[in-house]
Design a protein around this ligand. Structure first.
Ligand SMILES: [Zn+2]
Ligand SMILES: [Zn+2]
Ligand SMILES: [Zn+2]
Length: 95
């Protein structure tokens, strides 16, 4: 299936350097994901908070990219498909 959401995102810079909710709640995360719609940084599904997925359910922002150093992949929650990182998001990700 082809993802139509990825063409619509206009990536904005990350709002925080760690998971936004975990930082507020004093929780620990495993890996980080960046919402390409609004710049929300959330933790992955292996983290206790699963805040990246929670953010999708709250906002329906469909596309996240890995916010792990050196990782380059994106994911559409709506289509459940892995995507290449959109070129506009590349400068926002971590080396
Ligand atoms: Zn999609
Ligand atoms: Zn979190
Ligand atoms: Zn978002």
């Amino acid at each position: 299936m082809r993802c139509r959401h990825v063409e619509a995102v206009d990536p904005v810079p990350p709002r925080t350097t760690g998971c936004e909710e975990c930082l507020k709640l004093g929780m620990q995360w495993v890996h980080l994901r960046l919402c390409l719609t609004c710049g929300h940084v959330g933790c992955c599904d292996s983290s206790p908070g699963r805040h990246a997925t929670a953010h999708f359910h709250e906002t329906t922002h469909p596309i996240i990219a890995s916010f792990q150093p050196g990782e380059r992949w994106a994911w559409c929650y709506a289509d459940e498909v892995e995507l290449p990182v959109p070129p506009a998001a590349e400068p926002l990700l971590r080396d």
